[in-house]
Write a new protein. Structure first.
Length: 114
């Protein structure tokens, strides 16, 4: 298993800074463990829910971003329920909301990059 991933707090800060530097909006919805928490991205565009991405460990020992949670028609309550369930399952997890101009491209690039 690979242990070459950044500490979760550092990666979360980098995700927020990268989105903001591109002129998009990013905020931490739930702060998790600085070293080992998992990260969930709530991707929106102009306030409309698009997807939830979660960093998961793949069978080859590397981390990849996969779509998780509610579909793109997810209501605010469904997203909140998913995040609450995730927090109960993994209290160390992080949740970051990204409101970005081109969510489809971001999702395609993020999930294919690993």
């Amino acid at each position: 298993m690979s242990d070459d991933r950044l500490p979760a707090g550092l990666e979360a800060a980098a995700i927020v800074r990268e989105a903001q530097s591109a002129g998009d909006f990013a905020t931490v919805l739930k702060r998790g463990d600085a070293d080992r928490g998992s990260i969930v991205l709530v991707v929106t565009s102009r306030g409309r829910h698009v997807a939830i991405l979660e960093r998961v460990l793949s069978s080859d020992g590397t981390y990849r971003w996969n779509q998780a949670g509610t579909a793109d028609s997810g209501e605010t309550q469904e997203v909140a329920a998913f995040l609450q369930k995730r927090a109960r399952f993994d209290p160390d997890s992080w949740a970051i909301e990204l409101d970005i101009a081109n969510p489809e491209r971001f999702i395609a690039e993020t999930t294919s990059a690993g």
